[in-house]
Design a protein around this ligand. Structure first.
Ligand code: ATP
Length: 319
């Protein structure tokens, strides 16, 4: 392998820059020419590909977002555009591609490998919804961002003696809510993986009220329902007016934590080494603190087991 390219795709995640830097520096170290594709698969279709050097990635390890930009591309789902994308790479003599993104981006990587491009995918998504890896790049930073917000919300919630519903991201995965809720001492954590009825939430609020605690932090994963609809339900059934706070995109930004930077650095080097060793269609992951790889198709077929132990903690600690 003489030339490889790297791109970021789907929702951005803190630590993507650190991952790009790692891919670039590993390539330079192993004397492979490295190219950056701007704006994900959209840029690949457009041939938006530029050479990168060790200096191109100086001063980015600590920055959120992705300097290569990210995008979503419906066109890439069509074979004719994937061929066009692969032709752009081949025209530059590039035969390997590192994709940093979420599950959709992984499918894209798998599909373009059918066009004769060797691919390796690195998990970059705050959602932590890829089951084959213990953690994806961006998740730890996102949890810490939520935690910081919770601490501030807690202050005003306590002063005003009102319950607050904090809606966090994660789509169908409740990990951001679960981890930040435990670390932030939430009274109730509501995640898609485990049903929580409105009556259970009300019982919890009443129990707290009986012991004189009027504020109560409810961590709600977006995949369950919106904070506004839960607020309305609670108001209707109890007359209690909870405050709501929808954290939104702040969860995707910010300087990556050391944990995310190190994860990204380890995975980036691994991706380049896999391509050098002739692998293709591989997903890089981490399990028991070991970086490992498996075919993308196998990685995506694994379903995330529900972490009952973590969930039980939330019940015990908010007694
Ligand atoms: P996030 O988890 O942050 O949403 P993601 O990588 O899952 O990130 P998607 O929008 O699902 O984000 O996918 C990113 C891109 O991957 C899509 O815009 C598309 O270009 C490509 N992609 C997704 N699914 C397919 C598919 N079935 N075939 C080819 N390309 C695909």
């Amino acid at each position: 392998m003489k030339r490889i390219a790297v791109l970021t795709s789907g929702g951005d995640a803190p630590g993507m820059n650190a991952a790009i830097r790692s891919v670039v520096r590993a390539s330079v170290y192993y004397q492979i020419e490295i190219y950056g594709v701007y704006r994900g698969y959209r840029g690949l279709i457009d041939g938006d590909i530029e050479p990168l050097y060790a200096s191109s990635v100086a001063d980015i390890i600590h920055k959120g977002g992705t300097f290569l930009k990210s995008a979503r591309s419906e066109a890439f789902k069509e074979p004719k555009f994937r061929k066009q994308a692969a032709d752009h790479l081949k025209a530059k003599g590039i035969d390997g591609l590192v994709v940093i993104g979420g599950d959709g981006s992984f499918i894209g990587a798998e599909k373009i490998s059918e066009e004769g491009i060797s691919t390796v995918a690195i998990p970059g998504t705050i959602d932590n919804d890829l089951a084959y890896t213990d953690e994806s790049i961006g998740f730890d930073t996102s949890v810490n961002t939520v935690l910081d917000s919770i601490s501030k919300i807690r202050d005003t919630s306590t002063s005003h003696e009102k319950p607050t519903i904090v809606e966090v991201m994660g789509r169908h995965c409740g990990d951001i809510a679960l981890y930040s809720g435990i670390a932030g001492g939430a009274g109730t954590i509501i995640i898609p993986e485990e049903k929580t009825t409105t009556n259970e939430i009300i019982a919890k609020l009443n129990k707290d009220r009986q012991r004189g605690k009027l504020h109560h932090l409810i961590l709600l994963a977006e995949g369950v329902q919106s904070a506004a609809s839960l607020q309305e339900e609670l108001k209707k059934q109890t007359g209690i007016s909870a405050r709501i706070s929808v954290l939104g995109f702040i969860q995707r930004g910010g300087d990556p934590t050391s944990r995310d930077r190190i994860l990204a650095s380890r995975m980036g080097v691994k991706a380049v080494e896999l391509l050098m060793d002739g692998h293709s269609n591989q997903a890089v992951g981490i399990h028991n603190n070991q970086v490992y790889h498996l075919p993308i198709q196998e990685a995506l077929a694994i379903t995330k087991p529900f972490d009952q132990e973590m969930y039980d903690l939330t019940k015990i600690l908010s007694v």
